[in-house]
Ligand binder design. Structure first.
Ligand code: FAD
Length: 377
């Protein structure tokens, strides 16, 4: 019997498999696709922090700023000294899987998990491989299988409360400013989220996240790039609320499967890896002492919440408010934050992984913002 089966070889699953293998545990990592990292459903924007966990040569560009466009056509430009990395996501995922195999993980591709049966002493995992139904047993199973997690459906029978739909293209347009991303706010660009364009050298990644059907909004955003050729289309759901409970008997959920994603940006690579690191630390002790009951594994949730829970909770509230703002309110917010001093605060405190570091001082120093945030129409 395996010590652990990890379902999914995205960043969260590979980092968890790597960590457990390095501790000496026997880990099977099942991935439904025949190739790690494909299809790509990501913009590839991450902080440098991510590369402390995964040794990767996926970086292709870095940006230090953002042009934020408001519904009134005005723009503010914010910038910070630390760079945000633009990476090739498939290369990153392959590097993370390589790191995990190097530590001893048995990674099996083309293995789609369909059933999980939690027993008193073990877990039975059924999966389809080469057209055949197969079964493996383990002491603990971890769902790192993304937004549509089968492990979550089988064991927890629930789903994240809010899921953003996205539509993104790789475009032939080379953006003039290679040091800044574009962010498009307002009812033309999205319902409740935002549109974006990210410079990646000779191509750009242009997309929209939305509570409603994103394609119509995408058309409005892409009009800003006349003459572009679409080189590839991708997209998918982003879960922006975490589950109430991310542990069960002999089972944990990490990353997108648990909804552990930054609600304001939809970025989930860093938070997914952080959740995987806490899962590994919890399982290290639990496997050693054979304490794999729901109550023993509850410390996993306490660990990841202590680390990033407050940030995700706060960002979730701000996202909920932001998602309901009218164009008029957004334009009023522009009037407040286009001030040089306010932009200075954003520039000095901005952090892609911890937005509260800038939002809280902004609200405290500019009470006018609070009024506009709560004015819904
Ligand atoms: C358009 C778009 C742009 C994004 N841009 C960014 C960004 O710029 N920065 C950022 O940080 N985040 C971004 N995200 C979010 C980010 O992609 C996810 O948060 C991240 O991939 C989560 O990692 P994960 O390992 O938890 O899940 P995933 O990366 O989704 O990995 C899950 C893995 O499980 C496998 N799997 C699924 N079901 C099964 C099954 N039944 N059996 C076996 N294997 C299975 C999948 O094939 C996949 O390999 C973006 C998302 C989208 C949709």
């Amino acid at each position: 019997m395996r010590d652990a089966i990890v379902v999914g070889a995205g960043p969260s699953g590979s980092y968890l498999s790597y960590s457990l293998s390095k501790m000496g545990y026997d880990v099977l990592n099942l991935e439904e696709h025949n190739e790690v990292g494909k299809p790509v459903e990501c913009t590839g924007l991450v902080s440098e922090r991510v590369f402390r966990y995964v040794r990767s040569r996926a970086k292709i560009n870095s940006v230090s700023g953002a042009h934020i466009y408001f519904p009134n056509g005005e723009e503010i430009h914010v910038a910070k000294s630390e760079k945000t990395i633009v990476m090739e996501r498939d290369v990153f995922d392959r590097d993370a899987a390589g790191q995990s195999i190097g530590a001893g993980t048995d990674l099996r591709l083309g293995s789609k998990v369909s059933r999980i049966k939690i027993g008193n002493d073990s877990v039975k995992v059924s999966f389809r491989e080469d057209g055949n139904l197969k079964e493996e047993q383990c002491r603990v199973v971890i769902g790192a299988d993304g937004v549509n997690s089968v492990v979550r459906k089988e064991v927890f029978n629930t789903r994240p409360g809010r899921i953003i739909s996205t539509y993104q293209v790789d475009s032939s347009v080379r953006m003039e400013d290679q040091d800044s991303v574009d962010v498009y706010l307002g009812s033309e660009s999205s319902m409740g989220f935002f549109g974006w364009a990210t410079p990646s050298g000779d191509i750009s990644r242009i997309g929209v996240g939305s509570y409603g059907q994103p394609f119509n909004y995408f058309r409005n955003v892409s009009r800003r790039f006349p003459g572009e050729r679409i080189l590839g289309i991708n997209g998918g759901g982003i879960p922006i609320t975490y589950l109430r409970r991310t542990y069960s008997d002999r089972c944990l959920l990490v990353g997108d499967a648990a909804g552990i994603v930054k609600p304001l940006t939809g970025g989930g690579i860093y938070t997914g890896i952080v959740s995987a690191s806490h899962a590994a630390r919890t399982l290290e002790k639990a496997l050693e002492s054979n304490s794999l009951s729901r109550s023993s594994l509850s410390s996993y949730q306490r660990r990841w919440k202590r680390d990033i829970g407050k940030e995700l909770f706060f960002d979730g509230i701000i996202q909920r408010i932001f998602g309901h703002l009218s164009d008029r309110s957004l334009n009023k917010i522009y009037e407040v934050i286009s001030d040089e001093k306010v932009i200075g605060t954003i520039n000095s405190r901005g952090d892609i992984d911890y937005p509260s570091k800038v939002i809280i001082p902004l609200l405290l120093k500019n009470p006018g913002l609070i009024k506009h945030l709560f004015k819904v129409s």
